[in-house]
Design a binder for this molecule. Structure first.
Ligand code: CUA
Length: 380
C-alpha cells in the first residue's frame, strides 16, 4: 500500500510541478514557434503515458493487494489487450515523431530570398562570413586556410572578393529577414545554438550543414557551442546582434571585405601601424586563429591558462616549486614545448601548436603588448 501512495504522490507532484514550474524557456525571438509547439506535444504525449501507466500500477497494487485465501489468476496471453497496447503505442509514437518531421522539413528549406550567413566553428571560437554587394558567397577550400585567411576563401574566386569576413565572436543580423545559415567546421564536431531563436545545428567537419530562421525581436543574443568539443568548449560563445535594416547596413559597411584584408596584408605599409604594432596585431590575429584565446584572457580574468595581462616580467612558480622569470625566451620556449614544464595551479594541458619562427615572434610580441608586471608595479 505504501508503494501505491508514493507513486500517487509522484504522479500528482510531477503534474503540479510542470504546471507551476519556475523554469521555462527564454522568450522566443525568431519565427520558430513550431519548436515550442513540438516540445509541448512531446510533453503532452509522454506526460499522458506517464500518468496513465503509473495510475494503472497504483490501481493494481491496491486492487490486488495480499488478502488471506485470495489466489492469483494465471492469464499468460490476451490477444485483445495486445492489440490495444500496440495500437495506443503506435498512435503515441506517431504523435511524437510526425510533427517534428514536418517542422524539420521546413527548418532545412530556406526561402529563396534568404540572406546567407556562413558560420565557421573551430576549437574554440566562431567566425562569420556575410555576402557583400553582389549577394554571393565565394568558394572556399581547406587548402587556402592561413593566418590571414582563416576561413580558407578561394583568393581567385571573384564572388568571394566582396565577402565580409568577421573574425570576432559577434555578428550582426537584420531584423525580420530570413537568414540561411551555412555551417562549417575546421576541426571537430561543434553545434551552433542560439536558445531564443530555438535554432541549432550540428557542424560536421567536411560538410556544410544548413538551417534558416528569421529574427523577430531586436536584441543581443548569446550563441553557444552545444557539442562537447574539447577543453575550451565552454569558451566557445559568441553574440548575435539583431537590429533594424539601416543599422545593420551601417555596421556592414564598417567591416572589411576579403579583398581589402588581403591587400592590407600584401602591403602592410598601407596600414597606419608601424613595425612593433603591426607585429603585435598579427599576433593578436594568431591568438584568435590558433585558439589561444580560448584559454588565455587579456583582461586579467581567470581562464584555463594564465591570463596574458601583466604576464611579462612576472615570476611564475612551477609545479616543482622552482621559479622562472617570464620574458621573451620563457614564453617562446613554453609555446614551443608546452609539456616541458608545468606552471603551479594549472593543468598541463596546453597543446603544441605549429608556428613558424615569424608567427612565434608575432604571438610573443602580442602577449608582451598586454602589459608587464614590472611596469604595472611601477605605476601603482
Ligand atoms: Cu565547439 Cu563545443
Amino acid at each position: 500500500m505504501a508503494i501505491a501512495l508514493v507513486l500517487l504522490v509522484i504522479v500528482v507532484g510531477s503534474v503540479l510541478f510542470h504546471l507551476v514550474t519556475p523554469w521555462w524557456t527564454t522568450p522566443l525571438a525568431s519565427n520558430w514557434k513550431q519548436m515550442d509547439d513540438t516540445l509541448t506535444i512531446t510533453l503532452a504525449v509522454t506526460g499522458f503515458f506517464f500518468v496513465v501507466i503509473n495510475l494503472f500500477v497504483v490501481y493494481t497494487v491496491w486492487r490486488y493487494r495480499h488478502r488471506e485465501g485470495q489466489r492469483a489468476a494465471y492469464e499468460p496471453e490476451s490477444k485483445r489487450l495486445e492489440r490495444w497496447l500496440i495500437g495506443l503505442t503506435t498512435v503515441g509514437i506517431i504523435g511524437l515523431l510526425a510533427p517534428g518531421l514536418a517542422v524539420y522539413a521546413d527548418y532545412v528549406r530556406p526561402p529563396a530570398d534568404a540572406l546567407q550567413l556562413e558560420i565557421v566553428g573551430q576549437q574554440w571560437q566562431w567566425r562569420y562570413r556575410l555576402p557583400g554587394a553582389s549577394g554571393k558567397l565565394g568558394g572556399s577550400d581547406a587548402r587556402f586556410v592561413s593566418a590571414v585567411n582563416p576561413l580558407g576563401l578561394d583568393p581567385a574566386d571573384p564572388a568571394g572578393q566582396d565577402n565580409i569576413v568577421i573574425l570576432g565572436n559577434e555578428v550582426h543580423l537584420p531584423l525580420g529577414r530570413p537568414i540561411k545559415v551555412l555551417l562549417r567546421s575546421h576541426d571537430v564536431l561543434h553545434d551552433f545554438f542560439v536558445p531564443p531563436f530555438r535554432a541549432r545545428m550540428n557542424i560536421v567537419p567536411g560538410q556544410v550543414s544548413t538551417f534558416w530562421f528569421t529574427p523577430t525581436q531586436p536584441g543581443r543574443y548569446e550563441s553557444l557551442c552545444a557539442q562537447l568539443c574539447g577543453v575550451g568548449h565552454p569558451n566557445m560563445r559568441g553574440f548575435v546582434v539583431v537590429e533594424d535594416e539601416a543599422t545593420f547596413q551601417a555596421w556592414l559597411k564598417q567591416q572589411p571585405t576579403f579583398a581589402t584584408t588581403l591587400a592590407a596584408v600584401a602591403a602592410p605599409s598601407t596600414g597606419a601601424r608601424a613595425g612593433a604594432d603591426a607585429l603585435a596585431e598579427q599576433g593578436r590575429s594568431l591568438a584568435q586563429t590558433k585558439g589561444c584565446v580560448a584559454c588565455h584572457t587579456v583582461d586579467g580574468s581567470p581562464g584555463v591558462g594564465p591570463t596574458w595581462k601583466g604576464l611579462f616580467g612576472k615570476t611564475e612558480t612551477m609545479a616543482d616549486g622552482s621559479t622562472a622569470l617570464v620574458d621573451d625566451a620563457y614564453v617562446k620556449a613554453f609555446i614551443r614545448n608546452p609539456q616541458a614544464r608545468a606552471v603551479k595551479g594549472y593543468a598541463q594541458i596546453m597543446p603544441k601548436i605549429d608556428l613558424t619562427d615569424d608567427e612565434l615572434a608575432a604571438l610573443t610580441s602580442y602577449i608582451r603588448s598586454n602589459g608587464s608586471a614590472s611596469i604595472d608595479k611601477a605605476q601603482r
